[in-house]
Design a protein around this ligand. Structure first.
Ligand code: PLP
Length: 384
C-alpha cells in the first residue's frame, strides 16, 4: 500500500485518540439533552460546563466568556454580526486584505448593506502597517477584525500592538485565531482581544464545533434567537460530544505546545531549507515575518502549483494550493496577491502544514520526492 504523508494540517487535523475517547460516551450512554431536568441531562450538562472551563483555561479567560458554536466560520460571523446587531445602525468596520473568507465575506456583505469597510493592505512579507491601521480608525468605527495567523502563509500579526492601537480609540477588536489556537500561546489576561474565534478541527478535535470568546462588557448582542443555551448567546441544543471533544483537544494541545515549538518547528525548518537548497528558483512566502511553527508556503518558479499538487498526491504527499475552501474553486490566492505576488508567482505556490504527529521520516520522504518531481515538471514544460 502506498504511504500517505499528510502535510495539510491547516485544512484540518486528525482527531487524536484521547479526544476521540472523551467524546464517545456522549454518543452512547450519556446521550441526554443537557437542558433536561431528569437524570439523563446531568452528565451532559456537567460535561458542557467542564468543556467551558477547559477552553477558558487554554485561553486564560473566564468560563462564562466562552460560547460554543458549530465552527470557526460561525464564530467569525457571530463576532462581526453581533457587534453590528448591538449597534443597530450602519457604521465603519476595519479588516485586512488577507483574512479567511469567513471574515472577508461577512465584511463584503456588510459593505453591500451600507456599512463602510476598510480592507488594510499588507506588504511583501505579509505584514500590516500599524500606522496605516491607526490612520484608518474613525469615531464611527464599530469593530476591527484581524487574524492571529494567516492560514496560507502562517504569518502572525502582532495582536498585542494592534489591540493597544485599537483600544486607545475604545473600539472592540475581533481576532480570528482559528489557525493560532494550540500552535502559539494565547493568554487573554494580557492579550487585548475582545472577541476570539477558534475551531476544534484545527487542533485535533472533530469538525463541526468551534467557540467564540466574548470578553465581558463587549458591546455585542446575540444574532440567533431561541432557547437559553450558552446563556442565550448561541441558542440551540448543544453538540455535547463535539463540545466535550473541543475541551479535550484544548487540553491536548496545551500539553504539547512545547513539542510544537521545538520538534514541529524544527521539522518545518528542515523541510523548508532542504527544498530551497535542492530546488533552484524556489522561494518561501512570509519568511521575513514571524510565522506559525508548522506552516510553510513555497513557490516554485514556472511551475503550476495545481499540477504539482496532483503529482505529489500520486506519491502520497498531501499539500494544498491556497486555502482548502478556495482551492476547489481554482481561484488564485487573494493572500498572495495582497502580498504583491504576480498571478504566475502565486500560481506556483503550495502550502505545506505540519502537525504534532508529523515525523522526521515523513519529512525525509518529502525531501527525497519533491525536488525530482519539480525538476521533471520543468523539463517537460508543465509550466504555469
Ligand atoms: N479562519 C481561518 C483563519 C481558517 O483557516 C479557517 C479554516 O480554514 C476558518 C476561519 C474556518 O473554520 P471552520 O472550517 O471551522 O469553519
Amino acid at each position: 500500500m502506498m504511504r500517505t504523508v499528510y502535510l495539510d494540517n491547516n485544512a484540518t487535523t486528525p482527531v487524536v485518540p484521547p479526544v476521540f475517547e472523551a467524546m464517545r460516551p456522549f454518543y452512547e450512554e450519556h446521550f441526554g439533552n443537557p437542558s433536561s431536568p431528569h437524570r439523563m441531562g446531568d452528565k451532559p450538562a456537567s460535561a458542557v460546563r467542564d468543556a467551558h472551563a477547559k477552553v477558558a483555561a487554554l485561553l486564560g479567560c473566564s468560563d462564562t466568556e466562552i460560547v460554543f458554536t458549530s465552527c470557526g466560520t460561525e464564530s467569525n460571523n457571530l463576532a462581526i454580526r453581533g457587534i453590528v446587531e448591538r449597534h443597530g445602525k450602519p457604521g465603519h468596520l476595519i479588516t485586512t486584505t488577507v483574512e479567511h473568507s469567513a471574515v472577508m465575506n461577512p465584511m463584503k456583505r456588510l459593505a453591500s448593506l451600507g456599512y463602510e469597510v476598510t480592507f488594510l493592505p499588507v506588504d511583501r512579507t505579509g505584514r500590516l502597517d500599524l500606522d496605516h491601521l491607526r490612520g484608518a480608525l474613525r469615531d464611527d468605527t464599530l469593530l476591527v477584525s484581524v487574524m492571529l495567523a494567516n492560514n496560507e502563509t502562517g504569518v502572525i500579526f502582532p495582536i498585542d500592538r494592534i489591540a493597544e492601537i485599537v483600544h486607545a480609540r475604545k473600539i472592540p477588536l475581533h481576532v480570528d485565531a482559528v489557525q493560532g489556537v494550540g500552535k502559539v500561546p494565547i493568554d487573554l489576561r494580557t492579550l487585548g482581544a475582545d472577541l476570539v474565534s477558534l475551531s476544534a478541527h484545527k487542533l485535533h478535535g472533530p469538525k463541526g464545533v468551534g467557540a467564540l470568546f466574548i470578553r465581558k462588557g463587549t458591546p455585542w448582542a446575540p444574532v440567533f434567537l431561541g432557547g437559553s443555551q450558552e446563556r442565550g448567546r448561541r441558542p440551540g441544543t448543544e453538540n455535547v460530544a463535539g463540545i466535550v471533544a473541543l475541551g479535550a483537544a484544548c487540553e491536548f494541545v496545551e500539553d504539547h505546545l512545547a513539542h510544537y515549538h521545538t520538534e514541529t518547528r524544527g521539522l518545518r525548518d528542515r523541510f523548508e531549507q532542504e527544498l530551497l537548497a535542492r530546488i533552484p528558483d524556489s522561494f518561501v512566502n512570509g519568511v521575513a515575518s514571524e510565522r506559525l511553527p508548522n506552516t510553510t508556503n513555497i513557490g516554485f518558479r514556472s511551475i503550476d502549483g495545481n499540477a504539482l499538487l496532483v503529482l505529489l498526491d500520486e506519491v502520497g504527499i498531501c499539500a494544498s494550493a491556497g486555502s482548502a475552501c478556495k482551492s476547489g474553486a481554482g481561484l488564485p490566492s487573494h493572500v498572495l496577491a495582497a502580498m504583491g505576488l504576480s498571478p504566475e508567482e502565486a500560481a506556483s505556490c503550495l502550502r505545506f502544514s505540519l502537525s504534532l504527529l508529523t515525523t522526521d521520516e515523513e519529512i525525509d520522504y518529502c525531501i527525497e520526492k519533491i525536488p525530482g518531481i519539480v525538476e521533471r515538471m520543468r523539463r517537460n514544460f508543465i509550466s504555469a
